[in-house]
Each structure stands twice: as structure tokens, then as C-alpha cells.
Design a protein around this ligand. Structure first.
Ligand code: GLA
Length: 341
């Protein structure tokens, strides 16, 4: 009896010790350690700056598919600020992770993140937002991001095409651009749109920019409202931004001032958040979106990191992914092509 009690107590203690930090504290998936023998198991982290954003949830979903395929452990953590990011890296190390994919909340954290990762001997792969060093240059850390300028240009060309289709007049039309210039991938996108609009023949002086404080719907809503208050004379609007959230926040601000699908052409960049607009019975000012691939950004980054850790295969230094335009009438097909249904 005594022996049995002893073993029971030992088992309970072992369970408590191996659990360590509660997964729920980290936003870690409960099935993080689902398969493979524990001793030789590879564990990787996937850290994202805005876990509430659909884009990042989708990256996690596809990263998990990769982990399930290869049978390694994936620890997913939401890291909305520098303190959380740095302490998450310590937690990952304590849990035996050999590396992580990260979309940092601030690109200037690059040197601090790399120093911490190095101190634990961990490999780092950045996704979406590229680390910037103390010298203001991009750091040489394997990276996958979107072809930001080209995708922005695509948005500009499509806006102009629809402007011509609708026969709008330049003197009645304004372009509302919600910007976030402190982030390179964001600035490249909106700069690309401006560039393409001007190249197509739209008047530069009719492009009105509003800087958002946060890259979500409320951030864009506030930025758009300031621009709209300054330009009550504009009768028809183009809307563009760095992501779907930026365009949706602006479209909602326009709706609050009586603008609808008939006098708004909004084109987003994303892979989910804006698509619910197409499911509504009536069209809204959210006209189209340039669909980017959370499958590549979630699955491929994780796979490259896994092979780096497991087989020592160095990932490519910089991978850029393309976008595909999607409209109300064809977004389901585009979703299917991108493996997003
Ligand atoms: C940034 C944005 C996200 C998404 C990704 C795509 O991180 O904040 O909304 O657009 O880029 O790479």
C-alpha cells in the first residue's frame, strides 16, 4: 500500500513539474506536444504581435498543420509588446524549444530578440515584419514577407481601373489612404498604391493621408475620420491602407457620413478580415482585396525553421510572397486556390 502511495505521489509530482508554466498563460495551443517521443522531440515557437487579428490566427493554424505533419511540438504565443516577447523567449527556452518564428510587435526589438535567442542557442525566423538593427538597416535574419510595394501598386491599379469603369470625375473624387509609416512593410504598401495611382493619371493633390496609431479597425476608423472632417467637399472616395483592417475602419467611418458602395471604392490587403463584407447581402464600400497567403507565411516559415533545426538546412535569406486580387463575385475561388477555405 505504502509503495503504491509513493508511486502515486511521484507521478503527481512529475506531472506538476513537467507542466511548468500553464499553457493558457501563454496562449499556447493545448495540443502543442501532441506526438513523438518526448526525449528527442523538436519544439518550435510561433510568436505573433497581434493574436486577435485573423491574419495571425491563420498563420498559427497553418503552422500547426506543419507541426502535425512532421510531429514536432509547436508553442504559439501572443506577444503584443517587447516585454512579453522577451519573456516568451525565456519560456520557450525553458520548455526546450530550439527556435521560433516571430512577427515582432516592434521591428526595432530585433537586436534584443537576437541577443536573447543567441543566449539560449535558438534559431530565429522572422515573418511579416522584418527586424531593423541599431543602424536602421534590415538585419540579416531569415525572413518571409509580402512583396509589399508590388502588392500596394496592384491595389492602386485596381482602384484606378474601377474609377474609370464607374466614369467618376477627378474633381469629385478623393483618395483616402490610412498609413502606418513607422513599419516598412506598411509604408511600402501605401507608397506603392500612391505611386500606381499617380502613374495611372490620378491627381497627387487629391490623395489625402491619415496616419493610424494602431493597425486595426479602431485605429483606421480614427485616422479616417480626421481626414474626412478635413475634406467635406469630396463626393466620392477611394480607400486604401496597409491591410484589410485599415480599409474596413475607413469604410465604417465613411458609412457614418452617409457614403456607401455607390460612392466608395475600398481595396484591402489580407486574407480573411474583409471577406465577411462579401458575405453581406448588400455590397459595401469594401470593393475588393488583394489576397495574401497565411498558408505560406504560417506553414512554410515553420517548415523551413524545422528543417534548419533538424537537418541544419539554412533557410533562404529573404522570401517574398505575391498577392491575388479577389472580388465579391470570385473570392471563394481565390480562397480555394490559396488553400484557405
Ligand atoms: C503585417 C500586418 C498584418 C499583415 C502582415 C502580412 O504584419 O500588420 O496585418 O498584413 O503584415 O505580412
Amino acid at each position: 500500500m505504502k509503495t503504491r502511495l509513493f508511486w502515486l505521489a511521484t507521478l503527481v509530482l512529475a506531472c506538476i513539474l513537467s507542466t511548468g508554466c500553464e499553457p493558457s498563460q501563454l496562449g499556447e495551443s493545448p495540443d502543442a506536444d501532441a506526438s513523438s517521443p518526448a526525449e528527442e522531440k523538436i519544439r518550435l515557437g510561433f510568436l505573433v504581435k497581434m493574436p486577435e487579428e485573423l491574419w495571425f490566427q491563420n498563420e498559427w493554424r497553418f503552422a500547426q498543420q506543419c507541426a502535425d505533419k512532421y510531429g514536432f511540438g509547436l508553442i504559439k504565443v501572443g506577444t503584443p509588446d517587447g516585454e512579453k516577447l522577451l519573456s516568451a523567449i525565456d519560456v520557450l527556452a525553458a520548455k526546450g524549444a530550439q527556435g521560433f518564428v516571430v512577427c515582432t510587435p516592434d521591428v526595432r526589438l530585433g537586436p534584443a530578440v537576437m541577443a536573447k535567442a543567441r543566449s539560449h542557442g535558438m534559431k530565429v525566423f522572422t515573418v511579416d515584419d522584418q527586424f531593423v538593427g541599431a543602424d536602421g538597416e534590415f538585419m540579416t535574419v531569415p525572413h518571409m514577407g509580402i512583396s509589399a510595394r508590388e502588392i500596394g501598386r496592384q491595389v492602386g491599379r485596381e482602384l484606378y481601373k474601377e474609377f474609370v469603369n464607374r466614369g467618376w470625375l477627378t474633381e469629385e473624387t478623393g483618395a483616402l489612404g490610412v498609413t502606418f509609416d513607422e513599419l516598412d512593410t506598411a509604408r511600402d504598401r501605401t507608397d506603392g498604391t500612391i505611386e500606381a495611382l499617380v502613374e495611372a493619371g490620378f491627381a497627387r493633390e487629391r490623395i489625402y493621408l491619415g496616419a493610424e496609431k494602431t493597425t486595426d479597425i479602431p485605429g483606421a476608423f480614427d485616422a479616417a475620420n480626421i481626414v474626412l472632417t478635413q475634406h467635406p467637399e469630396v463626393e466620392r472616395w477611394f480607400v486604401f491602407s496597409m491591410n484589410d483592417e485599415g480599409v474596413l475602419g475607413s469604410v465604417r467611418a465613411l458609412e457614418g457620413r452617409g457614403f456607401s458602395a455607390a460612392n466608395t471604392i475600398g481595396i484591402g490587403i489580407g486574407a480573411g478580415t474583409g471577406l465577411t463584407e462579401f458575405e453581406k447581402d448588400e455590397p459595401t464600400g469594401y470593393f475588393a482585396t488583394c489576397m495574401i497567403s497565411p498558408l505560406r507565411h504560417g506553414y512554410e516559415t515553420t517548415e523551413l525553421l524545422y528543417k534548419w533545426v533538424k537537418d541544419g538546412v539554412e533557410p533562404p535569406a529573404d522570401t517574398r510572397t505575391a498577392g491575388v486580387m479577389a472580388y465579391r463575385h470570385d473570392y471563394k475561388e481565390v480562397q480555394k486556390k490559396l488553400g484557405l477555405e
